[in-house]
Design a protein around this ligand. Sequence first.
Ligand code: MOS
Length: 729
Amino acid sequence: MKKQQTGQSMDRVDGRLKVTGGAKYFADHQLPELLYAALVCSSISNGTIKSINTTKALRAPGVQDVISHLNAPPVPGYKNSDPNAKDGLKIFKDNRIYSNGQPVAIVLANTMERAVHAASLVEVQYNQETHYTDMNANMGKAFQNNRMKDYTRGEADAWKKAPVTIDATYSLPLEVHNPMELAGIIAHWDTPDTLVLYAKTQGVKNVQDTIKRLFQIPEQNITVHSQFVGGGFGMALRVWPLEIATIVAAKKVRKPVKLVITRDQMFTLVGYRPNAVQRLSLGATADGKLTGITHEAVAVTSPYEDFTEGIVSMSKFMYACPNVTTRYKLVPLNISTPIWMRGPGEATGAFALESAIDELSYKLNIDPLELRVLNHADTDPEKDLPFSSKYLKEAYQLGAEKIGWSNRKAAPRSMQEDGMLVGYGMSSGTFGAFRGKATVSATLKADGSLILQSAAADIGPGTATAMVQIAADVTGIAPAKIKFMLGESAYPFAPQQGGSSTVSTLGSAVTDACKALQQKLAGLAISHVPAFKNAAPETIIFEDGQLLRAGQSEKISYETILQQQQLPEVNVVATSQSGEERKKYSMYSFSVHFTKVHVHPATGVVRIKHIVSVADAGTIVNAKTARSQMIGGVVGGIGMALTEEAVMDHRFGRFVNNNYADYHVPVNADTPPTDVYFINKKDPYINPMGSKGMGEIALIGFAAAVSNAVYHATGKRVRDLPITPDKVL
Ligand code: MOS
């Protein structure tokens, strides 16, 4: 038998293209007669546009047009004022301004520099109204959205009656995604009702579907190309007003238009992780059994959309606790709409829950790891179902061993090293292990190569590589002869790359397509190959890219069947989705993060010295890309814990640190040795590979692991992220 590919550290199939500049990202595409766009964005945060004077801009060299609500072709599919309509901001529909940075016009010119310059010449006058951007000052506006109702299991707010309690408020600032690749799009109307797009997206089919709805043209008239994406983290999970503005502009001028937004515009045009305030209350018996959890969250949204996410979800099922209450509200502010950002909801919630558990451990004088094991949920207490697989206890044990948890002295501020205060902290993370519906086309060529196609995305994790490994194991074809193609709307349907679900969803469809291909080859052999004539299909065995017959010695390779029949290729298309298992089991991935920190006793500077992260993510398909994925999530977690915060000046409703210099994402110097371990045990129910998701759990919980370590080092509990030196002192 050939070497199993799943689990190997196979190099990325597109790695060479990516590091040599051969990979074409959306903005790399050039079209004849291409115009460049620049946005003019609102300088006020609430009000209406009084006038737009474009005279100077239109006179500037190379300028083709300036488009605003005054002259834009209408978007026929915009619905009226339903905040849950998913239209987003209805760009250029009227003169209403909801937030600072909202695009009010798009300028087109024959070079990017000319477009940017002309945009600075557009004169906009406003009727300014009072704006509201400060969440804490506007808590009175909080309301409940129907999608996220209050939850009670057992007795409401039972924590209040417990002998030992924790009741604390945790806050998280607004965080932005800011992948290196900026957002934008190239839009080209081939004819008045056929549109070609080069997009930055986590799902070409989602773009196609949104455009179909908004512009009311048939799906087959919309082509979306997005083969390479320079990072997403959730910001490319929807079509944004900046993209609609470009499409509208291209429609008006009947030429292809390219927009690439600026770094500062990334803070206002492509969503963000909403700032949130959470009250977490725990009740426990004196020997450490949780008797009540109440988790209340308030997060921000825009005036025109209700964005909700699972901030309080984890508290419902993470621990075996009979009484759980969650409440979740939104505060609409004069800012743009949030969007999912890596570990959406759970990352915010886990900071509160896992910090509070840590606080409780000190109050009870029980080791924080032991307290978690003591309250481990063996079955899902929310859904009242068994978990499809859960190896969290093993992950706790492995992580503790690798970080040297046994060296940790229990008392806060009791350890020192090189003049630094030393702290150890840990936290758990979890996220739903999903599986959606996807279709894969598999074509075997007469030369024995296999081409797989699906309209999936790869925002970085290495999707095509993992799919090649899965296909190699099912078919026995060597990875070098398999090609997985994605990022084209013309390919069969795949959902967006999000929610840590791609390997699960797409890998299942790849498996099914490869199996269907084998059955088709078996059918050909039974009909045409003498040694296989009239064989019962179930007696045919597939091994190493060949067909065998049980108990007989004849073999025939896949390509020989095609060659003998003079077939250039054989194609199958297979669709795959979850079965009944999903109703019988609760499916989650789990992680545990351990950190060791140094805190400078005089300055309060926190340096993370060592990280151990362990994931229970089912079968690991590619050990190398999986490790990278985990490290990437951890780096995001370091930012969340220590540095990331979009700071707004509420007098103007504007961000003051909207650039890479002032909005601190971790750099190499902030990132210590990170040891990643996988339990790597198959989930028996989720999908044929047994793989659960990993992208989200890589980050979820991490900030609490740092905050808990800082407390252990210093005795100072920081409940307000990021943990900057001023808060530690
Ligand atoms: Mo992600 S927030 O699942 O792109």
